[in-house]
Design a protein around this ligand. Sequence first.
Ligand code: KG4
Ligand code: ZN
Length: 338
Amino acid sequence: PSKLVFLGIESSCDDSAAAIVRGDRTILSSIVDGQTALHAEFGGVVPEIAARAHAERLDLCVERALAEAGADLHDLDGIAVTAGPGLIGGVMAGVMLAKGLAAGTGLPLVGVNHLAGHALTPRLTDDLAFPYLMLLVSGGHCQFLHVTGPDDFTRIGGTIDDAPGEAFDKVAKLLGLAQPGGPAVEAEARDGDALRFALPRPLLDREGCDLSFSGLKTAVLRARDGLVAAQGGLRARDRGDLCAAFQNAVSEVLAEKARRALQHTGAPVLAVAGGVAANGTIRTALQDVATAAGARFTAPPLALCTDNGAMIAWAGIERFREGNRDGMDLVARPRWPL
Ligand code: KG4
Ligand code: ZN
């Protein structure tokens, strides 16, 4: 089974991706064709544009992934594809391509839940056994998962409104910073005074591991409007201070909820994935929480934290090893809770 070679196809949001991964945890190739530029002028991902771009680009991603791996379709043992959740047009483009390839080659087809792909990534990048606690923090997702097997995920909390990456993006927008907002806010925050503005710590007073970020974004908006009214505009220092205060608030809330989630599950490892895991302040805070709880901390390299095909190929291998495979009736699902 360590010799299994899978193609993974991902198209659930704004990245067209394909990768070839081997069962011994070797990534033979990983191609990610992002669409940031296509959506930039609209201030967010436009589903119709994304769907068309995936349909146009995915087969080229697959060709490139095979070429870089020095493989052709006959070297594969299976085809894994994101079957949801996500923007339905993109997911359908991926599922149709995967079905066509499976039908043409006779290879097994394995549908993968995108969230499971993220949640199983630490087992691809690190020699990690079950169980572990996964914090998935991206532009579209925010949840704590207790992972006890390739198909066993228990959600023990998550956002009740925005995802943290979405909050970073919105804060960047209202401060006139570039998109994606996460890296821009982190850079601005570097020399900022986090204590100048007292922002809320949403849901900290409530028991459990649920999170909320939309009130935090609104608080930044109010602070900005206050400054604009008082000074006629924002100074560079104001931006830095607001970004630092916002980033600290997000980081503190994530850390406290992670502490509770570790305590609740008794998990020996805290793993993170998703684009927000790139944030240095947040990463350090989570690492500290894990250390204090006597748990190990692991985070995949950034390229595997954000959307990619390798995580889908790997999740496909894990599911296939458990005896799971899908037929030509595999459907694309816009919603698919773990
Ligand atoms: O996982 P991802 O690439 O896409 C999905 O949302 O599925 O995550 C992208 C999100 C964006 O909202 C982006 O602003 C955020 O991750 N992000 C960051 C940082 N880098 C990316 N957020 C905070 N700090 C960062 N350094
Ligand atoms: Zn994702």
